[in-house]
Ligand binder design. Sequence first.
Ligand code: 28G
Length: 657
Amino acid sequence: MDEEKQKRIEEHEVKETYGVDKSNEYDASEIQVLEGLEAVRKRPGMYIGSTSKSGLHHLVYEIVDNAIDEALAGYCTDITVQINEGDTITVTDNGRGIPVDIQAQTGRPALEVVYTVLHAGGKFGGGGYKVSGGLHGVGASVVNALSEWLTVQVHRDGKIHQMKFSRGHIVEEMKIIGSTDHTGTTVTFKPDPEMFEETVYDYDVLHTRMREQAFLNAGLRIRTIDLRAGREQSDEMCFEGGIREFVTYLNTNKDVLHDQVIYMAGTRDGSMAEVALQYNDGYNENILSFANNIHTPEGGMHEEGFKRALTNVLNAYGHKMKILKDEEKISGEDCREGLTCIISVKLTDAQFEGQTKAKLGNSEIRTLVNSIVSEKLEIFLEENPSVGRQVLDKALMANRAREAAKKARESVRRKTGLESGQMPDKLQDCNERDPGLCEIYIVEGDSAAGSAIQGRDSRFQAILAMWGKMLNVEKARADKIYGNDKLYPLIVALGAGIGGEFNIDKLRYHKIIIMADADVDGAHIRTLLLTFFFRYMRPLIENGYVYSAVPPLYKLTRGKKQRVAYSDEERDRISAEMRGDNPNVKVDISRFKGLGEMDPHELWETTMDPERRTLRRITLDDAVKADEIFTILMGEKVEPRKEWIESNAKYAVNLDI
Ligand code: 28G
């Protein structure tokens, strides 16, 4: 029998099977299905967090999560994520393939159920949460509901099964379209432009996320591919060492205290926890924690268990080896100076809490992580006394520096009257006192600050002038930071302290707006400030209080009419608009050289007026990137700095480092 004929017969068989099953029950469940997916389209933010760029990328993560679940179940080794021309996405795995048999309860193929039935408890809507490593398919229906079209192909039982949808509705029932010699699932979808503010994918965003997932799932091979014209690129990631390699990666360009990454793992009652860590000679703490492969930036029980165990083990070891005097005790913060650490736990029934549902609440995990680290780290230090010595010496140094910092702080306090609430000279404060209504513009350069002071609405907008070269926070310890004449006014103006003493409740402004030129120097200042916030006031970024002002790039003039443009595209559009039907008329286009060049009125209209300005909210990702760039630019290592400058030569010409 030829293949064509075989296919027709199979298609017919499939249709027949469904024909019998269309009962009243099916009608009732069909209504429920539609109501469910309608809810997703009504309030997409509830299911994917937002409909901006982050929500758009979230669609991909939801689909990939299902493939990763199949890998966790032990059946999938390879996942490919591909951006196609037209910004559609194709995800492929080589797992068992989503089941295609008819489900008893619904009378429908399991594949259809996975893509049309909304699972209870949206991720962002509180309540339940997906359990990784078992319950696949959660999220697939959400992606389906928010896609202009979506096609699934399942390779299973020697056949290729295909089903098509549009905005969650079935467009083509499941049918067999060919035969195959392997198994797996392929999904292609086009995000619905009616649902998203933006539909262009960012390769770097997807690549970074997929790399993180490859680190978290040792041995899993993930490929990312961009097929869009002019942007062709691809990466293949597979880390046999899992989170050990994650730590090595995070410590790239840093000088490490010990070559070997310390790795500890264990399981209890079906939950598993693993920790990898390595110290570098810097002063920052970099702990990233994950629960079921989901980043938990707010920490939670797994982090608590780790921190407690680390502090206890290091103190006990220090006393035992007589590195610490009997009465001497090193604090948790001291133990974590220069630490790079990944904590990854996998558990059933994960409870996510906190403001952004990014904090792990399961208390049994604290006990698990604590006992693994207490036991294994002690053994490691006993077996590697030279590493033990180095780590303890470092913690002891941190302890002494902290004492010195405290003294420096107290003396600065006395000198400048921090306690008295006196504000720095460089701050022009606003009248309003409710932090929720107050904004502070951090402005580089005296002339730009002058324009900002005159142009602002002084009822709720404060201006802080920053000038000159800022302190290199990479090379400085907390004691230097407090004493620094550039950073100190900023710390006092914000009013919430820094580091371990940072208290967000005391923050005086809920919008902190960095206003810098759209050139390299501006980028430099932004990088410095973001790095400082990231390291010493991280909750500012986590709470979404930090913004970047977006000044215009061009001024267009036609006769007495003037307009501004924020991008090249906008410049061309506005210039065409100003010409109207008059193609020969002259529209003068000039480039804004810097903020300092704008008069106060112009600055207000284009960059500061809440009714007209654009603000870009700084995310933790932005801050992490700034921190990475900063490490390269400011760190001790010369080679990576040279490399970076060479590869970014056209941007870095004026960079003063
Ligand atoms: C390529 C893009 C995303 C997936 C599987 C494999 C299975 C599965 C997925 O089962 C659970 C149970 C019945 C509906 C499980 C295959 C057991 C045996 C699977 C994916 C829910 C879902 N054989 N691979 N789901 N069923 N890959 N990749 O989505 O009721 S999802």
